[in-house]
Write a protein that binds this ligand. Structure first.
Ligand SMILES: O=C[C@H](O)COP(=O)(O)O
Length: 258
């Protein structure tokens, strides 16, 4: 049986200003009891502008909620207008950083090479990457979803040594299921998550593959999370829309009660 602690991470995307962030995290902290945190790791990924407020709250009240960013620059500093660097995120004591989200790939043309460079930047500064991978609907219709997703994993992990890769989190997010209400069936999600674990075993070792947490993301809600989490290679969820409702996010964290 897996000893991997599930990770439920709320990706707020471009939602909630810093005041709303404070209210939201306070609500989560109030609603989650110590036993919830023991059973499941809970994280939020707010917009950059909220991170300082979330850090102050988490530090001040010694909350067990973890937090991180939705993106990172591949560069440490310099003339990169609009970018946020690894040292800046590390200074804010971020634990996680999402890298290669499909919205970054689609709207900001992030390639596997860029994703790989960002993963290196995250590790260089002590941040844990949540690597996002997954296929578009046309790829799935043609049956190429596993190969497509594994190619993204290969590209992202190029030249990443085992001592770093063993801490990565990989989120399988079929693009067609993100924000659409179209949930990938639990068996279909397991097929790809299992293949990702298999690829990690090929690239590194079975021991490393067994240690890495693989999340599913795409229209996860309290009503479908239990079925998804019952699958052997799914160790948590990356939650978008449903994470903006604190009550709903708490229900997802407590998926074992469903
Ligand atoms: O990062 C989260 C995913 O994009 C899922 O978003 P969603 O739960 O709104 O479908």
């Amino acid at each position: 049986m897996s000893t991997r602690t599930p990770l439920m991470a709320g990706n707020w995307k471009m939602n909630l200003n810093h005041l709303e962030a404070i209210a939201h995290v306070q609500k989560l902290a109030f609603a989650l009891a110590d036993k919830d945190y023991d059973a499941v790791e809970v994280a939020v990924l707010p917009p950059f502008t909220d991170l300082r407020s979330v850090q102050t709250l988490v530090d001040g009240d010694k909350l067990k909620i973890k937090y991180g960013a939705q993106d990172i620059s591949a560069h440490d500093s310099g003339a990169y207008t609009g970018e946020i660097s690894g040292p800046m995120l590390a200074k804010l004591k971020c634990t996680f950083v999402a890298i290669g989200h499909s919205e970054r790939r689609q709207y900001h043309h992030e390639t596997d090479e860029i994703v790989n460079a960002k993963i290196k930047a995250a590790y260089k500064h002590g941040l844990t990457p949540i690597l996002c991978v997954g296929e578009e609907e046309s790829v799935r219709e043609e049956g190429g979803h596993v190969a497509h997703t594994l190619a993204q994993v290969d590209g992202a992990l190029k030249d990443i040594p085992a001592e770093q890769a063993e801490t990565i989190v990989i989120a399988y997010e079929p693009v067609w299921a993100i924000g659409t209400g179209k949930v990938c069936g639990a068996d279909d999600a397991q097929e790809v998550c299992g293949a990702i674990r298999g690829r990690l075993a090929e690239l590194y070792s079975q021991e490393l593959a067994d240690a890495v947490r693989i999340q599913y993301g795409g229209s996860v809600k309290s009503g479908n999370v239990a079925e998804i989490m019952a699958k052997p290679d799914i160790d948590g969820a990356l939650i978008g829309g449903a994470a903006l409702d604190a009550d709903e996010f708490v229900k997802i964290v407590r998926f074992r009660d469903q």
